[in-house]
Design a protein around this ligand. Structure first.
Ligand SMILES: Nc1nc(=O)c2c([nH]1)NC[C@@H]1CN(c3ccc(C(=O)N[C@@H](CCC(=O)O)C(=O)O)cc3)CN21
Ligand SMILES: CC(C)C(=O)C(=O)O
Ligand SMILES: [Mg+2]
Length: 265
């Protein structure tokens, strides 16, 4: 009996596989990771995509927003995370000001790929299509990112929900069609009203990955620190935490401190 090649659970994820999942109505699960043990644990759990996000800057490096993250920092953490991954698709975020010009975008995308990423992500729509096309022409798959764009927080004056008005929905739809046409294999929709994200998900053939954008996207992404309760000082409203790791760290430290202070008494 011959065995047809199958997309079994253990075969590595690819951008094409994510597109097939959309066709088949199978939801895509994405988590961020910035280090080896976390990436390995998520990969062994069966996560589809590991995003080494520039949220790194806020939840790991302690910056006030993501605009401080450098390409060197992203390369460092993409390498660490990628070394822990066997099956998931590893996507590396291009950080603020690292893809202003198309040629610069290609050089920096290549650095993330050389560090172990399988694809890169950048923030923006029609305005980023030259960058998206140049990176893809260099053989690198690109994930786009629309809606609330954290790298533009200073220009926007805060983190604001998108797709609230008909013109905003039209702009999102136009940007989504533009990045799909430019060749992006998926698009993150961040803080987009759920009616708008549903409309975009129907209009596109490539999968939409939502964060704070309702349940009608083709997949969901979360910052893993929010999921496991490792960043207790700020948790966005849309997060449903499934762990309390910060409390376990505090309790472990308190127990060690008590053990140490009591030793020899
Ligand atoms: N811990 C963490 N989680 C994230 O999801 C995340 C980061 N950090 N850093 C990078 C970006 C920035 N993100 C953000 C930043 C702010 C809000 C925020 O202020 N949300 C408000 C609601 C906004 C509104 O109603 O207008 C909230 O209270 O949740 C949400 C996501 C998402 N990303
Ligand atoms: C929130 C996700 C989509 C992201 O871009 C990041 O973690 O940097
Ligand atoms: Mg990001």
């Amino acid at each position: 009996m011959s065995h047809e090649p199958t997309t079994s659970d253990s075969s590595p994820m690819t951008p094409d596989r994510l597109k097939e999942m959309k066709v088949q109505g199978e939801k895509i699960a994405v988590l961020t990771a910035y280090d080896y043990p976390t990436a390995r644990l998520f990969d062994e759990s069966g996560i589809d995509v590991i995003l080494v996000g520039d949220s790194l800057g806020m939840v790991v490096l302690g910056y006030p927003d993501t605009t401080h993250v450098t390409i060197d920092e992203m390369v460092h953490h993409v390498g660490a995370a990628a070394r822990g991954v066997k099956r998931a698709l590893v996507v590396g975020d291009l950080p603020f000001a690292s893809y202003t010009m198309p040629k610069q975008a290609v050089v920096n995308a290549r650095r993330l790929m050389d560090a172990g990423a399988h694809a890169v992500k950048l923030e923006g729509g029609r305005d980023q299509c030259d960058q998206i096309e140049e990176i893809i022409a260099d053989g690198i798959p690109v994930m786009a990112h629309l809606g609330m764009l954290p790298q533009s927080v200073k220009m926007e004056g805060g983190y604001k929900i998108k797709g609230k008005t008909p013109p905003e929905v039209e702009k999102l739809l136009d940007d989504a069609r533009a990045v799909q046409e430019a060749g992006a294999f998926a698009v993150v929709l961040e803080l987009v009203k759920s009616e708008a994200s549903a409309q975009i998900s129907t209009a596109l053939s490539i999968p939409t990955i939502g964060i704070g954008s309702g349940l009608n996207c083709d997949g969901q992404v979360l910052v893993s620190h929010d999921l496991i309760g490792l960043f207790p000082w700020f948790t966005p409203k849309f997060v449903k935490p499934h762990g309390h790791v910060a409390e376990q760290i505090r309790a472990s430290a308190a127990a060690f401190i008590a053990d140490t202070k009591q030793a020899g008494r």
